[in-house]
Design a protein around this ligand. Structure first.
Ligand code: S3P
Length: 433
């Protein structure tokens, strides 16, 4: 039995809202805390299944982590203090955990095996296996390039120069973490920018990386130093409410303490090109990450051709952005987004199927989608067990003519525990069906 949401039309979004902590930053805080010297406290940690999977992985590797529901205390074991897990490490639905942990575990003296849920077991891992082998890791994945990954420990890694063949922060971060254990320097060239949370977090743990243009270098680490971290609210979770408040008439919403790292917030540029009314207020910095309150008022949108250079730095926001596009006048074209096919679902196809169900016309292409804006009739949408597809169609419901029901919503808890309650608080008429 998996959960189904029903969203009834009407309502407007108003007031102040705080969404849970940033998923990407929570993973990185925990990973570096585990291998740091001394204790780390993490405030605002995302209590979602994905980040809890990372915490569980480290417990299996011998790290003491106390989680009181908001603040997480980690007793760092140092770079070489992890211990072999007696069982395979199950990373659930979390691609970030799988790819980052593989990089980290490639540099250890012991063997590891990584597995995940049905969706994660189909996601591409060859992209990390190949460069890790170039670094002399002894690592195997399945013949189809997926989990399970098996790492034979004890290889002394070597730094490499590597140009990322796909714009992926998970791949970059995997190699930076392996680079902490590699002789010499590991240099990664990224031709399109991707989220830089690992780079920032390494600096917070006193092991700065250097950046020269689009080349990022990390040296073998002597030690990381435990610290106190405050994690901002997740921009990718805020994105659903940014769109909901934009497309729902008479809305005026303030989202508080949201991470607005320039390598994450390109969705705001895309929404503004469409005509959205969004302001950043009280901009500041928390634990090396830019943070702001985001003020959104409803507005009429127009379809656009989405600039391709913004795609990798808005990659998780496309389910939400496409809902906005579907309410805009005219046509919106997304190109250069083939990576959306290998997320928790094939997000291009999943969005198109959902749009068909609620009466919006789309054409899916190899690397994108063309959306013709219009009225939402309402209907039944399958989220394909993808958290972001579920939340995207949930926010379509306020402006539909009839209720929208979304099935297969359990995985929303991977990134956004409490979504239904927070959506209700914002003014969306949502309930479990
Ligand atoms: C993430 C990177 C992105 C993103 C994912 C989180 C990260 O994946 O889609 O949700 O935390 O590094 P890719 O690196 O595969 O683009």
């Amino acid at each position: 039995m998996t959960s189904t949401y029903q969203v009834n039309p009407g309502g407007a979004l108003s007031g102040n809202l705080t969404v849970p902590g940033d998923k990407s930053i929570s993973h990185r805080a925990l990973i570096l805390a585990a291998i740091a010297e001394g204790n780390t406290t993490i405030q605002g940690f995302l209590q979602g299944e994905d980040t809890l999977a990372t915490a569980e992985a480290f417990r299996k590797l011998g790290v003491r982590i106390d989680n009181d529901g908001d603040i997480v205390h980690v007793e760092g074991v140092g770079l070489n203090g992890l211990q072999q897990s007696s069982q395979p490490i199950d990373l659930g639905n979390s691609g970030t955990s799988a790819r980052l942990m593989t990089g980290l575990l490639s540099g250890q003296s012991f063997d590891s095996e990584l597995i995940g849920d049905e969706s994660l077991m189909t996601r591409p891992m060859q992209r990390i296996v190949e460069p890790l082998r170039l670094m002399h890791a002894n690592i195997q994945c399945s013949d189809s390039g997926t989990l399970p990954i098996r790492i034979s420990g004890g290889s002394q890694l070597k730094g490499i120069n590597y140009e990322l063949p796909v714009a992926s922060a998970q791949l970059k971060s995997c190699l930076l973490l392996a680079g902490l254990y590699a002789d010499g320097t590991t240099t990664i060239t990224e031709n399109e920018s991707t989220r830089d949370h690992t780079e920032r977090m390494l600096a917070t743990f006193a092991h700065p990386v250097t950046r020269d243009g689009n080349k990022i270098s990390v040296k073998k680490a002597e030690k990381l130093i435990g610290t106190e971290i405050i994690i901002p609210a997740d921009f990718s979770s805020a994105a659903f409410f940014i769109v909901a408040a934009t497309i729902t008439p008479d809305s005026d919403l303030l989202l508080k303490n949201v991470g607005v790292n320039p390598t994450r917030k390109a969705m705001l540029d895309i929404m503004k090109l469409m005509g959205a009314d969004i302001e950043l207020e009280d901009e500041r910095e928390l634990s090396g990450e830019p943070v702001a309150n985001i003020h959104i008022k409803s507005s009429q949108l127009e379809g656009i051709d989405i600039p391709e250079e913004l795609v990798p730095i808005a990659i998780d926001e496309f389910p939400a952005i496409l809902i906005a596009a579907a309410r805009a006048s005219g046509v919106t074209r997304l190109t250069g987004a083939a990576e959306l096919r290998v997320k928790e679902s094939d997000r291009l196809q999943a969005m198109s199927d959902g749009f068909t169900a609620i009466g919006i016309q789309t054409d899916v292409t190899d690397d994108g989608i063309i959306v013709s804006g219009g009225e939402f009739n309402g209907g039944s949408v399958n989220s394909y067990a993808d958290h972001r597809i579920a939340m995207a169609f949930a926010i379509s419901g306020t402006v539909a003519k009839q209720p929208v029901t979304i099935s297969n919503c359990d995985n929303v808890t991977t990134s956004f525990p409490g979504f239904v309650d927070i959506a209700k608080q914002a003014g969306i008429n949502i309930n479990y069906a």
